[in-house]
Design a binder for this molecule. Structure first.
Ligand code: ARG
Length: 289
């Protein structure tokens, strides 16, 4: 167990050790549906951030804020029953766009593409439960952190995997491609991981969960909130009660667009300060957790 956490601690991001109790969670409150092009019927309120920003904001498409995400990561981003996008990130991004007088457009893609989409000038922001890491900081600038995540282990009920140590017992681990869970687990044993040979990566968390249910992998390592959502939606799975490491989620923005970066960061800071972010988080994540 220590090995895994030593790796996490030595890892690429600012981390703090945290204990987290259990895996119980109430169903996410039904969210208002976001259309792909979130309607900005009401003109955005002119806040100081918006006024300042509006002058020198350059976005990929005039009047729009394109958000690169992978909408298979509940409760941060997912596809709603009627085919729109919803989730914590989608709602926060909608408010940021409003503050900047822009209309949010969700660009759904594989998680591994969200940073390159911003780097390549196809999307304005990467917002995807995206963990801040030193390596990613080479490629994009990050805003303030607006949420935290922790990597947890999902196993079938009755699994002989009971601790992080047991994962080293010649087990196959399923992860989402390109995520921090993938990076930790696939790193060499001498670096505290389990080695590439013991990891299968899937395009998204739901597919990793299907593989777990089908016995193709022995465990899935994924962020805690999606883990809770997946376990709730799939009988016979559980989250191991083990130690946790906290990661910071933030918004990634092009290194070549300081105007947009500052505007988005200021808008986010205002939304954190006035309690809007907390309201959104509470709506999707039961406060008792
Ligand atoms: N927090 C993890 C990371 O940044 C996983 C994020 C996956 N997000 C998603 N929308 N699929 O690597």
């Amino acid at each position: 167990m220590k090995k895994y956490f030593a790796l996490l601690l030595a890892g690429v991001m600012a981390l703090s050790l945290a204990a987290c109790g259990g895996s119980s969670s109430a169903p996410a409150a039904p969210a208002e549906t976001q259309k792909e092009e979130t309607a900005a019927e009401a003109p955005a309120e002119e806040t100081p951030a918006a006024e300042e920003a509006a002058a020198d904001i350059k976005t990929v498409e005039a009047g729009k804020l394109h958000m690169a995400t992978n909408a298979a990561f509940p409760p941060y981003e997912m596809i709603s029953d009627n085919g729109g996008f919803e989730g914590i990130d989608v709602e926060i991004a909608t408010l940021i766009a409003q503050k900047l007088g822009l209309e949010l457009v969700v660009d759904d893609m594989e998680f591994g593409s969200v940073i390159t989409s911003v780097q390549g000038g196809k999307s304005d922001i990467a917002m995807a439960g995206l963990t801040v890491t030193e390596e990613r900081k080479q490629n994009v600038d990050f805003t303030e952190s607006y949420a935290t995540g922790v990597q947890v282990i999902i196993v079938p009920e009755g699994s002989d995997i009971q601790t992080v140590d047991d994962l080293a017992n010649n087990k196959m681990i399923g992860v989402q491609d390109g995520t921090t869970g993938y990076i930790y687990c696939s790193s060499p044993v001498e670096d505290g991981g389990y080695g590439e040979d013991h990891v299968t990566s899937y395009p998204n968390g739901a597919m990793a969960i299907e593989a777990l249910k089908g016995g193709k992998v022995d465990a899935v390592v994924i962020d805690n909130e999606p883990a809770k959502a997946f376990v709730q939606a799939n009988a016979g799975l559980k989250i191991l009660d083990t130690e946790y490491i906290v990661e910071n989620y933030a918004i990634g923005i092009s290194k070549d667009n300081n105007g947009l970066r500052d505007a988005v960061n200021n808008a986010l800071k205002e939304l954190i300060a006035d309690g809007s972010v907390k309201l959104i988080v509470d709506k999707y994540i039961n406060a008792e957790n």
